[in-house]
Design a protein around this ligand. Structure first.
Ligand code: SDX
Length: 378
């Protein structure tokens, strides 16, 4: 007995009751625990936003200091995980390296303590603290270099950029990166968060939950789009080639990476903020060729597809900011994952509170009473 008709991709089908974030697609509204993303991007920071998402309210100063302190001192990864990463192929994609190493964390920590708040808090701290270290480590190790140890005197975002580029970032770069993490932290029941929830509902360990979500985020229709956007801007090569390129791609029925959204039918509010961050970064230097191409492309796509509700999404400008911060293109999606660990953990915790294992049904389209035909007669 099905309660509602089948909808491909479960489009508009509620899969949970949640109070973590809210998206309204027609007006382009995004709120984390009721607070507008624009407020958080301008007044908060990533670690405070993580606390808000996971524990449901803005922390008092002593709560935030304690949380930030715990994360700061759990950043190092086991040498056995580093040794394992040394065996990863140089050509391996960083999202595969991240998924493997995130799952490997589960080898070191007990699995069956989900009813223990201390275990929950430790898992939250470990994953938030160690995921950036593993992303930065793979970037160096794939070239045969030793990874850089985290610096306890640096904040979350500055430390990641330090481990990645082996030099302390300037304050503006660290601040802009921190805002990017806040913008990418959570987005209701998107594909990777849904993966996290389904995995969580079987009561497996949080490391397997995060590994599921990382694998889902890697796809080019989801988190992987930000990497594809930069490749597309490089293919376009000049402002003059924007419209001919767009025409040809639409003729081929190819999706334009960084555009469109299952929920937003206007410009993604995160894209607006990321575009402002890009402009702030490029103010410092004499502009950026790819930024000009991006602005022209956004205009051209709006002319062509705006009436279908297809506008720039979060992935369109993020890659330009990350490139300017010295982040390699194939690390754009791992950076998205670093931020989204917050949302995945928030939904993991919320799922455990009222858990019921996910087991949807189907509309059977196959046959019945079929006969087995011996191979010699097929
Ligand atoms: C993220 O869910 C989330 O919240 C995700 C996310 C998050 O924070 O977690 O916001 C992050 O994943 C952002 C999206 C990143 N992906 C991309 O930029 C890839 C390109 N975008 C498309 O693949 C697409 O827009 C999706 C996957 C994002 C949404 O797809 P839908 O809702 O399933 O829409 P659809 O594929 O059914 O398309 C509807 C129509 C189609 O045209 P028709 O066949 O009806 O004529 O719109 C067209 C599509 O061809 N269309 C596009 C398009 N996106 C949709 N045409 C060209 N380029 C596009 N990008």
């Amino acid at each position: 007995m099905t309660l509602c008709e089948y909808k491909p991709g479960l489009e508009n089908i509620p899969a949970a009751q949640s109070s973590i974030s809210y998206v309204e697609g027609k007006q382009g509204i995004l709120e984390y625990r009721g607070i507008a993303i624009e407020e958080l991007a301008s007044k908060s920071n990533f670690i405070e936003t993580v606390y808000l998402l996971i524990w449901g309210e803005l922390p008092r100063k002593e709560e935030l200091d304690a949380f930030e302190h715990e994360i700061r001192f759990h950043r190092r990864i086991k040498y056995r995980i580093r040794d394992m990463m040394k065996c990863f192929p140089e050509t391996g994609h960083p999202m595969d390296a991240l998924q493997t190493s995130a799952a490997a964390l589960g080898l070191f920590y007990s699995r069956r303590a989900l009813d223990n708040p201390q275990y929950i808090r430790e898992a939250v701290v470990r994953l938030l603290a160690k995921i950036p270290t593993m992303v930065a480590a793979f970037k160096l190790m794939r070239k045969g270099h030793d990874p850089v140890q985290p610096r306890d005197d640096l904040g979350y975002s500055a430390n990641f950029l330090y481990m990645l580029n082996e030099q302390e970032p300037d304050p503006l770069a660290a601040h802009i990166f921190d805002v990017c993490l806040t913008l990418h932290a959570e987005h209701t029941i998107n594909a990777s968060t849904f993966s996290a929830m389904v995995t969580a509902s079987t009561l497996t360990d949080p490391y397997a939950v995060i590994a599921s979500a990382v694998g889902t985020l890697a796809g080019p229709l989801h988190g992987g789009a930000n990497e594809e956007v930069l490749t597309m801007l490089e293919e376009i090569g000049s402002v003059e080639n924007v419209r001919p390129y767009l025409e040809e791609r639409l003729q081929r029925k190819d999706k334009i990476m960084g555009f469109g959204h299952r929920v937003y039918k206007v410009k993604d509010p995160r894209a607006k903020i990321l575009q402002q961050l890009a402009e702030k970064l490029f103010e410092q230097s004499s502009g950026d060729k790819y930024y000009e191409i991006a602005v022209e492309l956004e205009q051209a796509v709006e002319e062509k597809l705006g009436q279908k509700g297809i506008y720039a999404n979060v992935d369109f400008y993020s890659g330009l900011v990350y490139r300017k911060l010295g982040i390699p293109t194939d690390l754009f999606t791992p950076v998205f994952a670093i931020a989204r660990v917050a949302g995945w953990l928030a939904h993991w915790k919320e799922q455990l509170a009222v858990n019921r294992i996910f087991r949807p049904t189907q509309e059977y389209m196959g046959t019945h009473n079929a006969s087995y035909i011996p191979i010699e007669k097929r």
